[in-house]
Ligand binder design. Structure first.
Ligand code: SAM
Ligand code: SF4
Length: 317
């Protein structure tokens, strides 16, 4: 359905858990997550009912996210059921990749059509630093597992952080030469509880273009990334600029948190509770929330933090 500003909402991001096996500094507090009570979280049946309600309102693309979706015990069942919801044409998953070696094949059989994998650096010491507890080898094994399982158009998401990985722009981009993957650089978003980053960390995506003079523009694929390609590459370079050049006017998505809050806008405080609703109530609340989706979020910068009211692991990116 369309919102009051005429934007067609076709995309739901469903966070299935707030928990994670990593502790990325821009996403999660060092202490990890205060685990909420089971009764506060959406059940699997409620998640599927929400997907059905969204599909009835015109959503065709579903992304499963988290926290880390692959630490969710019943993730395969959630994916298998979501993939069968009439109207859902594309079931995507965003993961840190650590558990993909065990799960990639099963997820593909369950109906997951595409996988995005988060990877901010190719340096083992820097990976351990940014994730606080992770091992680069695990993430790379996850990437290989996704490719071996036959996932097409695998996308690597890299949060661009000045003074941390801007010296790896070329090396990360070269992954598109070696593998059939897109590498997408995402501007660091200043979240409420996103860890301490100084102003120098917030650099615009155009920094990437300055480092890749040989990259040429590619037609957009319907997503929010501006696309480029290196000569001879198997995949694209994507630039996602929520801070320097927000894409609110073209936003086609809503989000549902693992504790059942529908967020019409990532960077606004507004949340509509769906936990405990009947399927009909869910659909009507969703309809009203989509209609009232804010036109645009407030400015973001190193000093102007997101008004989301939650850390990223509690929303899903
Ligand atoms: N755990 C999964 C993962 O890391 O891919 C899925 C959840 S994670 C919250 C989804 C995406 O949000 C990841 O690509 C992550 O890099 C991105 N993200 C988290 N915090 C961010 C921030 N402050 N700015 C920009 N991107 C962020
Ligand atoms: Fe976990 Fe993903 Fe957040 Fe990293 S970005 S802490 S992997 S939820």
């Amino acid at each position: 359905m369309r919102d009051q500003y005429g934007r067609e909402i076709r995309y739901l991001r469903l966070s299935v858990t707030e928990l994670c096996n990593l502790r990325c500094r821009y996403c999660m507090p060092e202490t990890g997550v205060h685990k909420k009570r089971y009764e506060e979280m959406l059940t699997e049946d409620e998640m599927i009912a929400a997907v059905e309600a969204a599909a009835a309102l015109g959503v065709t693309k579903l992304r499963i996210t988290g926290g880390e979706p692959l630490v969710k015990r019943n993730i395969v069942s959630i994916c298998a059921r979501a993939a069968r919801v009439p109207g859902i044409e594309e079931l995507c998953l965003t993961t840190n990749g650590v558990r993909l070696p065990e799960l990639a094949g099963t997820l593909r059989e369950a109906g997951v059509s595409r996988v995005n994998l988060s990877l901010d650096t190719l340096d083992a010491a820097k990976y351990a630093h940014i994730t606080r507890v992770g091992a680069l080898a695990d993430a790379l094994a996850g990437l290989h597992a996704a490719l071996e399982a036959g996932f097409a158009r695998v996308k690597i998401n890299t949060v661009l952080i000045g003074g941390f990985n801007d010296d790896e722009i070329e090396a990360l981009s070269r992954l598109t030469l070696r593998y059939p993957v897109d590498v997408r650089f995402i501007e660091l978003m200043p979240m409420v509880d996103g860890g301490a980053f100084d102003e120098a960390a917030f650099i615009p995506c155009d920094t990437v273009l300055a480092r890749l003079p040989q990259a040429t523009p590619v037609a957009p694929d319907g997503g929010v990334a501006r696309l480029y390609r290196l000569p001879g590459a198997q995949g694209n370079i994507g630039l996602i600029s929520p801070v320097s050049d927000h894409f609110c006017a073209a936003c086609n998505r809503v989000r549902l948190t693992a504790d059942g809050r529908l967020k019409p806008c990532l960077h606004a405080a507004g949340e509509i509770p769906l936990k405990g609703c009947t399927p009909e109530e869910m659909r009507e609340r969703m309809r009203a929330a989509i209609w009232q989706k804010p036109a645009c979020h407030a400015a973001l910068s190193a000093r102007e933090h997101s008004l989301a009211g939650r850390a990223m692991h509690q929303i899903g990116g």
